[in-house]
Design a protein around this ligand. Structure first.
Ligand code: OAD
Length: 253
């Protein structure tokens, strides 16, 4: 463990490109519920009734309303110390890439520039018929699913169960995992594939993996370092370490 920590410090001093693979846990401290675990959404709601295309066709109003409700929660909340720290780390590395399974838009709101959203974004929508986009707009809601000019229903741009991931975002994420110096896995149970392939791709390519989670996960034994604690507390400590290591590097040269 101590040895791995020393390795991390050296890596942070020399790393040019770092990747953050994030999940619902990074937004938990902003008050957004996670999917699994003690207060997880999927304990109370059935994903098969809400997060799939057939459910939307069967009950468009219920599914639309559910995502409007989640959007409202997201709008009332803000990015937390973990999102802000990742954004601040952009000042210390050539490239900081965020690969996220979250749809809450918090990484962008926190100022991260390179964000690959593998499961969509709650601010975006499109017509199921002609695919016309309705992004970042206030659609007329009032419990009714808005319709497109072509007559098709407008759906949230969220990847539902059984659907493909956005091709470009996934392929860019794969490349980021293959070419980074360090990959952080933050606040994810890492059980939903293909998104959860990303850390394994980094591992296969010999990259250093650091997990930050309040508990052990499937990935804890795969990671080179597993840090147990809240993302909003641990990531600022990593930033502090980066500051120390980068300054130390400067004094040395
Ligand atoms: P999960 O709800 O499966 O996992 C959240 C993880 O965050 C758990 O491992 C928690 O222990 C951890 N956690 C909670 N609070 C934390 C904190 N403050 N700091 C650090 N870690 C914390 O969420 P995801 O892994 O994101 O997909 O779930 C993956 C996908 O499953 C989601 O994108 C969603 C869901 O079904 C779709 O909607 C398509």
């Amino acid at each position: 463990m101590l040895q791995q920590y020393e390795k991390l410090k050296n890596l942070l001093a020399s790393a040019k490109k770092i990747v953050f693979f994030t999940g619902a846990g990074i937004s938990a401290e902003s008050g957004i519920p996670t999917f699994r675990g003690k207060d997880g959404i999927w304990n109370k709601m059935k994903p098969e009734e809400l997060a799939n295309f057939n459910a939307f066709l069967r009950n468009p109003e219920i599914v639309w309303e559910w995502y409007q409700y989640r959007k409202k929660i997201v709008h009332q909340a803000s990015p937390n110390a973990a999102h802000l720290t990742i954004s601040e780390l952009q000042n210390y590395f050539d490239e900081v890439v965020v690969v996220t399974q979250n749809v809450d838009n918090f990484h962008r709101r926190a100022g991260s520039k390179i964000v690959y959203e593998l499961h969509g974004n709650i601010e975006k929508n499109y017509c199921i018929n002609c695919k016309k986009r309705y992004d970042d707009v206030n659609l007329p809601v009032e419990n009714k699913v808005p319709t497109c000019g072509c007559g098709g229903l407008i759906r949230p741009d969220i990847v539902w169960f059984g659907e493909f991931l956005p091709e470009e975002a996934y392929s860019l994420s794969e490349t980021a995992a293959e070419t980074c110096d360090v990959l952080f896995i933050v606040g994810t149970s890492a059980v939903v594939f293909p998104a959860a392939n990303i850390p394994y791709i980094a591992k296969r390519n010999g990259k250093f993996l650091i997990e930050v989670n309040i508990e052990k996960t499937e990935l804890s034994n795969v990671a080179d370092l597993s840090l147990i604690g809240k993302a909003g507390e641990i990531l600022p400590q990593i930033l502090q370490l980066v500051k120390e290591e980068k300054n130390y590097g400067k004094n040395e040269s």
